[in-house]
Ligand binder design. Structure first.
Ligand code: GBH
Length: 513
């Protein structure tokens, strides 16, 4: 035990005595009656992955091409190591080993995504690829045999290339194709899948319509294509929710929601302008997608609407770069999520000011973002270990959109692949989970589950296989892609199986994080 841990234990023991708890137990909190390091009964613990990042089998058994296949085949040097997802971790063949890994950490659920072109090679339902259906049936059944609940992400960025020919997400009709695809999934898997995520991180993947070389399809229409694609995403998401709600929920009785990625924005100074800028940056990343779905009034946040309209006008445009919803569309989208899926990794300082190209979402937001350099860096240049940020963001979500249970669908960090003794990841998970459990027990935030990113090392998009996010290592130089547990796997197991952050790992005082 480290000196720091000893000190923390002493503090917890002293508090326990003060509050009359048995020695060695953490103090209980007024609200829940739970010890402060104890998760509520029935809390869900899991781990996540995504199809393109692990499956491989890019053209196996009738799978169609996705926009990621096309982009990385056409421009092989876009990734840091020049590698792509053709084989990845070969989970298309080795999914049973992934299930073993999940079982070994005591996961209650596995969040994986389904590859749209593996099910529908043309993007439409004129061809249904039975081999794709079989693959996911096998995976789902293998999970259920181990008592692990499947949580399916319907879309994690791998659009069928055939639909990109129509403009991809910038074409509003893609929403109709998406709903047809979701219907095929509900029909084939909904008897056993009771938790669905419609879409993963629209803020991230719509950058594929705003930039070159960061995301597929790399259509470089900054500040226009990203808003247009996001507009379609919201309609697609709502369409799938309504379809499930009306036609499948009555018999299948599951839950369906969306996952948004929101980093925490810490005001750079204590000026009122920077406080407002930090809130604005949350609105331009999270609020852009959350407000239409989770707020009581619906539609885009007014700060986003006003700024993009004003900038568009100032640029001499006759059409706002941010599309508008009709009144009936606002109503159609509002309230269409059974929970708030949240991916959270890190935090940034945000100041009032202007940066970014004209036009761009960054420019529209009127914010300047800088790294919090006093916190440790992981192996990813954008990812610092800032545990207090997760407590702040779940508090922000629950205050800004009250009444929606929060499911943390991703959280994790990267290593360089050189060691199985991943001490930084242990610090990361135990630090962040300490903040999550305090958000629940001390702040009263309704967090219902937590999923680690990722169960295995995988293709980290443009970083290729150089950023290792797994609690299991995958040897990418071995054609067999063997999986080996890292030290963090056994720590997650202790947390998941005890339904608590054990005191040796618990950070009672946020000021130390
Ligand atoms: C999630 O994105 C994704 O859902 C998941 O697929 C991904 O593997 C995981 O997190 C880890 O990144 O290199 O400066 O261009 C979280 C958002 C997407 C943020 C990639 C950082 C790269 C920034 N991340 N992005 S940079």
């Amino acid at each position: 035990m480290s000196r720091r841990q000893e000190v923390l234990l002493a503090v917890v023991a002293a508090l326990s005595v003060l509050l009359g708890a048995p020695a060695g137990a953490a103090p209980t909190t007024a609200g829940s009656g739970n010890a402060v390091n104890q998760f509520p009964e029935g809390f869900l613990f899991g781990a996540s992955s995504a199809a393109y990042q692990i499956e491989g089998g890019w053209n196996a058994d009738g799978k169609g091409e996705s926009i990621w296949d096309r982009l990385l085949h056409t421009f092989p040097n876009l990734t840091t190591d020049g590698r792509n997802g053709d084989v990845a971790a070969d989970s298309y063949h080795k999914y049973k080993e992934d299930v073993e890994a999940l079982a070994s950490i005591g996961a209650n659920f596995y969040r994986f995504s389904i590859s749209w072109p593996r099910i529908l090679p043309t993007g439409d339902t004129n061809v249904i690829n039975q081999a794709g259906i079989d693959y996911y049936n096998n995976l789902i059944n293998a999970l259920l045999e181990k008592g692990i609940q499947p949580l399916v992400t319907i879309y994690h960025w791998d659009l069928p290339f055939e639909l990109q020919k129509l403009g991809g997400w910038t074409n509003p009709r893609i929403a109709e194709y998406y709903v047809q695809y979701a219907k095929v999934l509900f029909e084939n898997f909904g008897d056993r899948v009771k938790l669905w995520i419609t879409i993963n991180e629209p803020d991230m993947f719509t950058k594929g319509y705003a930039t070159w070389g960061q995301q597929a399809p790399s259509v470089n229409a900054s500040g226009i294509g990203d808003y247009q694609a996001g507009h379609t995403v919201l309609l697609a998401h709502a369409g799938a929710w309504h379809l499930y709600d009306e036609h499948f929920r009555p018999t299948q009785k599951g839950k369906i929601g969306i996952t948004l990625n929101i980093d925490w924005s810490e005001p750079a100074t204590d000026s009122a302008d920077d406080a407002e800028a930090a809130e604005r940056s949350l609105q331009f990343t999270g609020g852009l997608f959350a407000h239409p779905i989770f707020s009581s009034e619906g539609d885009y946040p007014s700060v986003v609407r006003l700024r993009v309209d004003a900038n568009s006008k100032a640029e001499g445009r006759g059409v706002s770069r941010l599309p508008s919803f009709t009144t009936s569309e606002v109503e159609y989208i509002r309230g269409t999520s059974d929970f708030f899926g949240l991916n959270h990794y890190t935090s940034w300082y945000v100041a009032d000011g202007v940066e970014g190209t004209v036009p761009s979402k960054t420019y529209d937001s009127g914010t300047i973002t800088t790294p919090m350099t006093e916190y440790p860096l992981t192996y990813s240049a954008w990812l610092r270990v800032i545990p207090s940020g997760i407590r702040k963001i779940v508090n922000w979500v629950s205050k800004t959109y009250p009444g929606h249970p929060i499911l943390i669908t991703e959280n994790g960090c990267s290593d360089d692949g050189s060691t199985l003794d991943d001490q930084q990841r242990i610090e990361y998970y135990t630090g962040y989970l300490s903040e999550v459990v305090k958000a629940i027990n001390v702040d009263g935030v309704d967090v219902i589950g937590y999923s680690a990113w990722s169960i295995i090392d995988n293709l980290e998009w443009m970083a290729g296989y150089t950023n290792h996010f797994g609690v299991f290592r995958v040897d990418y130089d071995d054609p067999d892609r063997p999986r080996t547990a890292k030290a963090s796997a056994s720590v997650l197991k202790k947390i998941y199986e005890s339904n608590s952050v054990p005191l040796e790992y618990f950070t009672p005082d946020s000021s130390s994080t």
